[in-house]
Design a protein around this ligand. Structure first.
Ligand code: PPS
Length: 829
């Protein structure tokens, strides 16, 4: 009987909870005695034919021969002439479906990229030192072919000089009568509006995942394929066979022998899985070794709620036997494979008689599986505080001890990921205390959708891994009742989402439920066929490893994900639904404006003047960091969103914070854009030589490389969100500066002239409040000798390239150029 564990004398603190739960149990079981739970008749598991590989036909041994003669090539990669590891994507429009598919693929592979809609102006391709991009993707090849001549020349020159490949896609024009077309400026011919009967992976060193020689026959009537004629300069990567037997390239590699530019041109979009795999292989080839995941893929299948489920839907003894035999069978496809079973002890023996026996049988065979804790009663963590969470976790732990469940790894999953992201600090603490948890997983970080964008993070010592969706939920129990038809899951397995989930993620952790293993055992069918399909079409090696090993591997591969990227939980309805009560989304708790600095440019003065406005409020002073919050890019960031919010006690039209450390901090732009994407930003431009001198140390030169840092902010914020202030003007005419800033912030006018006065003794403008002049403290506006001419010249020289970039940047964007900048640029000219 499961009641005994609750009397364990070790439980002192959470005793009151236990007593309450015991009482509920007593009342429940006295009303519904355990022995009276007759079983409903069960449907026999439906038999559906498993997937067979089209080219692994024993009657056609030539393909077996082919593979033995053409084993997967060692991974070969393209080498460029030293550029940043970043991709430039020129899209037809930012909203095209195909463009989104390309972006999702890049996101999933965690490649850095810049996506722009095609326009008259090409983005800047080089920095003063090197090339910015290692690959150029142009969504529509026609747009490239018809580009203004000088733009195309510029692009080609860049690709040649830096040995950067170009990828592009070309589509048939349905009403065009011309079938065979010569591509402008090249000897390549293509055929449009073609129908193909077979698609075969050609022997190209670009392929890594795709099996060379693998093919499928196409029954579809689609006649919009583009096919390229191959020659010694143009190799096929993916080959289409037409009815007459001719073979032409669906994806062609331009070896660059004619004009020095290497290209991969796709005659089809990414809707076909073989083309999509070829695109993935091409991406890896172009981006080089470091960025690939290799051919190993780790698969973990969690059955989250092994005892949770309504009577009649649960597993019985026969299902447990099938689970055991399937586990051994899967080990042939997935090295070391084990199922991970999550338990909420309270639901043990909660089905009908047959199902209760199923639960018992599972526990009797517990050592065959890996077990991990869920919550005692599938509780939602955000609704509870530490004390309660600790109590129910202890209950679940005692259940595991009494049942001798082997909980071998410090791994746990929260029901519905509740408490993992958005982070419920008290759950993290309780997990660590009761179970010593160091690894978990969620689908919710940073957001549920797009699924290709899910990431991991480490918080409070717990490694959170991304979790993938496999399309099986508590209600998907029968083949015939699969939502939107059984074909949907077949499609997902055979080259659809589920198949690509494995290809696109080095580690896939799937969530399933016990119902998926009862009745039709849909989960066993799904994974069996997924593994078959992967084996047929790819060189991928499937493996299982413990969650701890997965966490180590994941954060070793993606160290940049260790620090979480906080988002505003109030803007995602899924996150809002699981927020701890300490976060109140009806209150405004995040700033609208950041004064970024740079340091020593007058940022404190600007903030203090702006705070005079009655509709403006700022953070409460933070001790230890000159009153600044210093959240983005600093160690305070690890304290989380709730901590950041707690710094803004006053709700006003404009809430701002000024942390002069932000401007040149490399992590701040991304972190700020993730949490407050609509914030306005203020940057103060001071002569960098003067700024450096203000610190009396030339080591603060880096912060004066304004365009270098602005580039990073502009990757995440639009130029319209940024206001530039001339530091000299702020010093000499603060009222004018504040009046302009107030307008830009859409605030009502304020008579700053009555509240800002020049102080002769300070030598600066100060606030004038209640008939008293209030200047900044001694550390601001210090008195020291003027910079000597020699040092000034030295510093001007150091900054000359950066100053001229700033000048060009402001001019190009029609922004006001500070007088000091006009002066330094004129002197150099
Ligand atoms: N009104 C007023 N009062 C005082 N100081 C003023 C003012 N306007 C501009 N400045 C200039 O601001 C410089 C300090 O800049 P910051 O506040 O950005 O410095 S910090 O990075 O936050 O430490 C400070 O630099 P130092 O003169 O080197 O102290 C001043 O030159």
């Amino acid at each position: 009987m499961i009641i005994t564990p609750y009397l364990n004398p070790r439980l002192t603190r959470p005793l009151k909870w236990l007593a309450a739960i015991l009482l509920v149990y007593f009342l429940y079981f006295s009303t519904f005695p355990l022995s009276q739970k007759p079983s409903k008749p069960r449907k026999p598991a439906k038999q559906v034919k498993n997937y067979t590989c089209p080219f692994e036909n024993p009657e056609n041994p030539s393909f077996a021969d082919y593979f033995s003669k053409n084993p997967p090539k060692s991974l070969e990669f393209h080498k460029n002439n030293g550029t940043d590891q970043k991709i430039l994507v020129i899209l037809d429009s930012m909203f095209s479906r195909h463009g989104k598919a390309i972006i999702q693929m890049l996101n999933s592979q965690k490649f850095a990229f810049k996506a722009e809609a095609v326009s008259k102006n090409l983005p800047v391709l080089t920095t003063s030192r090197k090339g910015r991009y290692s690959l150029i993707i142009i969504e529509n090849y026609y747009k490239y072919l018809n580009m203004a001549r000088w733009n195309r020349q510029l692009l080609d020159k860049y690709c040649k000089e830096y040995r950067v490949p170009m990828f592009s896609f070309i589509a048939s024009k349905p009403n065009d009568q011309l079938k065979r077309i010569k591509i402008k400026g090249s000897s390549l011919w293509m055929w449009q509006n073609q129908r193909i009967q077979r698609l075969t992976v050609s022997p190209s060193p670009i392929h890594k995942i795709s099996k060379i020689g693998s093919f499928r026959n196409l029954s579809s009537e689609e006649s919009d394929w583009i096919l390229f004629e191959t020659s010694e300069n143009f190799e096929s990567i993916l080959t289409g066979t037409v009815k007459s037997g001719y073979e032409r390239a669906v994806v062609v590699r331009d070896l660059g022998r004619e004009d020095g530019v290497e290209r991969v041109i796709f005659g089809r979009n990414l809707t076909d899985f073989q083309v999509k795999m070829t695109f993935l292989d091409s991406l890896w080839w172009a981006m080089g070794t470091e960025k690939t995941f290799g051919l190993e893929r780790f698969v973990q299948i969690d059955i989250d709620d092994i005892f949770v489920g309504a009577a009649g839907t649960r597993i019985v003894e026969e299902d447990v036997n099938r689970l055991i035999s399937s586990q051994s069978h899967f080990q042939k496809s997935v090295e070391n494979f084990k199922f991970l079973l999550g338990f909420s002890g309270s639901y043990f023996r909660n089905g009908d008689d047959l199902e209760d026996r199923g639960d018992e049988f599972l526990v009797e065979n517990s050592e065959k599986f890996v077990w991990f804790p869920h919550m005692w009663r599938h509780n939602h963590a955000h609704e509870h505080n530490f004390t309660y969470l600790e109590a129910i976790m202890i209950q679940n732990k005692i259940f595991a001890q009494n049942m001798h469940l082997p909980v071998d790894y410090p791994y746990a999953i929260a029901p519905q990921h509740d408490g993992v992201f958005p982070v419920h600090e008290q759950m993290f603490e309780a997990w660590k205390k009761v179970w010593n948890v160091s690894v978990t997983a969620t689908e919710e970080y940073p957001h549920f959708k797009p699924s290709t964008g899910r990431k991991g993070f480490i918080h409070s010592g717990i490694h959170v891994l991304p979790r993938q969706t496999c399309g099986l939920y508590t209600h998907t129990q029968l083949f015939d009742e699969y939502p939107d038809g059984f074909d949907k899951i077949i499609h997902s397995i055979q080259g659809g989402d589920l198949f690509f989930t494995i290809l696109l993620n080095p580690i896939s952790i799937f969530m399933t439920h016990q119902q998926n293993y009862s009745h039709d055992r849909l989960a066993l069918y799904t994974f069996e066929n997924l593994f078959r399909f992967l084996k047929c079409w790819t060189n991928i090696q499937l493996k299982w490893q413990s969650p701890i090993e997965s966490a180590n591997l994941y954060f070793q591969k993606f160290p940049e994900e260790r620090i979480p990227l906080w988002t505003n939980p109030c803007t995602d309805p899924r996150h809002q639904a699981i927020l701890p009560p300490s976060i109140n989304c009806t209150q405004k708790k995040l700033p609208d404006l950041l004064i970024l600095g740079p340091q020593k440019t007058g940022s404190t003065a600007l903030g203090s003047f702006l705070s005079l406005h009655p509709d403006v409020s700022q953070n409460s002073p933070v001790p230890g960091s000159f009153e600044e919050v210093q959240f983005f890019g600093g160690k305070n960031y690890l304290k989380g969103v709730e901590w950041y919010m707690s710094n803004f006690p006053n709700e006003s039209t404009v809430i701002y914070e000024k942390s002069a450390t932000y401007f040149d901090n490399p992590s701040a732009p991304k972190q700020a854009a993730s949490l407050i994407p609509h914030a306005k930003l203020v940057v103060i431009l001071q002569n960098p030589a003067q700024r450096a001198y203000s610190w009396f140390q030339v080591r603060c030169i880096s912060g004066g490389r304004y365009v270098h840092h602005l580039d990073k902010w502009l990757e995440h914020f639009s130029l319209q969100q940024i206001q530039f202030i001339d530091s000299d003007e702020l010093k000499e005419q603060p009222v004018k500066v504040l009046t302009t800033l107030t307008k830009w912030l859409d605030l009502p006018d304020y008579p700053y002239e009555s509240h800002i006065r020049f102080s002769k003794s300070k030598g600066y403008f100060c606030r004038f409040i209640d008939e008293k002049t209030k200047c900044l403290g001694e550390s601001k506006g210090r008195k020291y000798p003027e910079m000597d001419e020699e040092l000034r010249m030295k510093l001007d020289k150091i900054f000359s390239l950066d100053n001229s970039s700033l000048y060009k940047f402001l001019k190009k964007n029609r922004l006001r150029i500070p007088k000091w900048l006009e002066d330094v640029v004129r002197v150099r000219a």
